[in-house]
Design a protein around this ligand. Structure first.
Ligand SMILES: CC(C)(COP(=O)(O)OP(=O)(O)OC[C@H]1O[C@@H](n2cnc3c(N)ncnc32)[C@H](O)[C@@H]1OP(=O)(O)O)[C@@H](O)C(=O)NCCC(=O)NCCS
Length: 179
């Protein structure tokens, strides 16, 4: 479990299913994904994420408010589950319920994850990616000090050719100085 001034980043619990379903069904939250998720898809996502956490000791953590315990989204890291020119590597990512946007939660949680990646996991580099139009997410990447080289942009292999969301921008952050 990781903590920031306002957030707890932790393993997933049964009580997270309902608020996670609501968030994943919200078209605002899912604007830059292929489609909103059905409840069963959202539950399956929790299961996939939790298996990754059990196996690797980190993953996309459940993000809850420290004060109230309310689940407001997920923030964390994951091994990239597809092949691309920048894999194998670990990505950092975030999804926050719309009612909590623009209050710095994604950035706050992600900063703590990057500290953990550097100090505990000893990762040399972490990447993040999204579609070019997802300016909110790109802003979080920039606030974290991540940088984009347009030559790293790529076509997401999990989406069919011609899909409007296939083009992705890649941001990187180096965590360890090379020896
Ligand atoms: C991306 C997301 C996680 C950001 O969460 P958040 O907690 O609001 O993030 P923060 O408050 O830390 O930062 C958001 C930044 O985006 C900026 N922003 C908001 N709307 C924007 C827009 N339309 N264009 C450009 N920047 C925008 C905010 O002003 C803020 O930057 P600032 O601190 O410089 O003012 C949230 O919008 C979300 O869940 N979106 C849907 C899911 C998603 O796209 N996840 C990422 C997939 S790669």
């Amino acid at each position: 479990m990781l903590e920031t001034s306002r957030l707890v980043l932790r393993s997933w619990e049964d009580s997270d299913r309902e608020p996670f379903r609501r968030m994943n069904a919200d078209p605002r939250v899912m604007e830059y994904f292929a489609a909103p998720l059905w409840p069963a898809e959202s539950d399956a996502m929790i299961q996939r994420i939790q298996s990754h956490m059990d196996r690797h000791g980190f993953g996309f953590f459940a993000a809850a408010l420290r004060d109230t315990g309310e689940l407001i989204g997920m923030v964390g890291m994951s091994h990239v589950p597809f092949e691309a020119h920048f894999t194998p590597c670990v990505e950092i990512g975030w999804r926050i319920a719309a009612a909590y946007w623009n209050r710095g939660f994604a950035t706050e949680g992600a900063r703590e994850c990057l500290r953990y990646a550097r100090e505990v996991l000893g990762l040399a580099e972490v990447v993040a990616f999204t579609v070019p139009g997802n300016l909110r997410s790109r802003r979080v990447m920039e606030k974290l000090g991540m940088t984009r080289n347009p030559e790293d942009d790529f076509e997401h292999p999990r989406l069919p050719e011609g899909h409007p969301l296939r083009r992705h921008v890649l941001y990187r952050t180096r965590l360890l100085q090379s020896q």
